[in-house]
Design a protein around this ligand. Structure first.
Ligand code: MRU
Length: 350
């Protein structure tokens, strides 16, 4: 099953509820775009490409449920839905990118409401199908960066669950494994929402890829003691100069990798590259509910003292000079990124 799937028979969107993994694999059905915005905000679905496809299908639900009698009327409703969906999470550019693409397709459909509805649903489905093709292409390009016997440190979850299917950085690791390379993965637990310990570990078990979970703070130890050959992570938004926003903790991981001459690779589809932003300082960083940090229990007992407060930035920016290369669906991009990223985008093949 894909992480995000449109059910054309009943016009509903099916999602894996990632909050319940790994203890429960539950598929939920959404029937209106307000539910989709909530699902994105509450991280029922998360990961930049998965959020993008889900947002696109949110517009498909808006078109599907619209009772507008005119094309103009339906477009007004779609604009309202896009505005709400766009506001659900600010950092992953894939959400705005996908909404813009679907609205562009809607803009080209003038004839009648049924044709407009079909145009919106098809545009969303195209984004989802392309995502799978793009991830497999990145995996084929990126797997050459992994050698037989490598131990790879991975941060957050960038697998099939973070996309429509296959995955980005974890997709590269999966491809290397499928090519027969004997690899071992160190999985950053990725506090506070534990996407590594919960989701990446679950996926690696499904793919029979050997791994160990580590505390985020242990990454430096494994890098300095020479136990890691490569570092891989994804991205939520990459600026024109190659600075990349990704799950909180990525910057420190890249710093430690750099300090120990271990290559660090970002795997990002070109839909995640925002050429309108000159550098990473311009990327909006989501701040999430402090309770995600505070609400931890050990042995059924709260860990933090009552009344304690927390600050919870969900992403940080890794400056481009800490990246060894960027894997896209159009190939591997090496420094200088400000020149080479733009040409990688112009080489669009999909
Ligand atoms: O808060 P999340 O779980 O949505 O954060 C996800 C990440 O930071 C991923 O690394 C990124 O979206 C790339 S997913 C292919």
């Amino acid at each position: 099953m894909r992480t995000v799937e449109w059910d054309g028979r009943c016009g509903e969107l099916r999602l894996i509820d990632q909050r319940l993994l790994p203890s429960e694999l539950k598929i939920i059905s959404l029937s209106d775009y307000n539910q989709v915005a909530d699902a994105i905000r509450d991280m029922v679905v998360r990961g930049a490409p998965a959020i993008g496809a889900t947002g696109a299908f949110g517009l498909a639900l808006a078109a599907q449920r619209s009772s507008a009698k005119t094309v103009e009327g339906m477009k007004v409703e779609l604009e309202e839905a896009a505005r709400l969906l766009r506001g659900s999470r600010p950092t992953a550019i894939n959400l705005g990118w996908a909404l813009d693409r679907v609205m562009e397709a809607a803009g080209q459909s003038e004839s009648n409401c049924d044709d407009l509805r079909i145009a919106v649903i098809n545009a969303a489905q195209k984004i989802a199908d392309e995502d799978v093709t793009i991830n497999r292409r990145m995996a084929e390009y990126g797997a050459v960066l992994i050698d037989d016997g490598d131990t790879i440190l991975h941060h957050c979850n960038t697998g099939a669950l973070a996309t429509v299917d296959w995955g980005t950085a974890l997709g590269v690791i999966r491809m290397a494994h499928e090519q027969g390379k004997r690899i071992h993965v160190l999985v950053d637990e990725t506090r506070p929402c534990l996407q590594g310990a919960r989701l990446t570990a679950w996926e690696l078990q499904q793919y029979h890829i050997p791994f160990d979970i580590i505390a985020d703070g242990a990454a430096g130890f494994f890098l300095r003691s020479g136990q890691v050959q490569k570092v891989f992570f994804g991205g939520d938004r990459m600026a024109a100069n190659g600075d990349v926003a990704n799950k909180i903790g990525t910057y420190m991981l890249a710093l430690a990798a750099n300090d120990n001459s271990v290559p660090a690779y970002a795997v990002v589809p070109t839909s995640t590259i925002d050429l309108l932003l000159a550098h990473g300082g311009l990327i909006p960083i989501e701040e999430r509910d402090p309770d995600e940090v505070l609400n931890i229990q050990v042995g059924g007992r709260p860990v933090v003292p009552t009344g304690a407060t927390a600050i919870n930035p969900a992403f940080d920016v890794t400056p481009h000079h800490l990246l060894s290369a960027i894997v896209t669906e159009n190939g591997i991009v090496y420094p200088p990124f400000d020149e080479n990223l733009a040409s990688a985008l112009s080489r669009l093949k999909i």
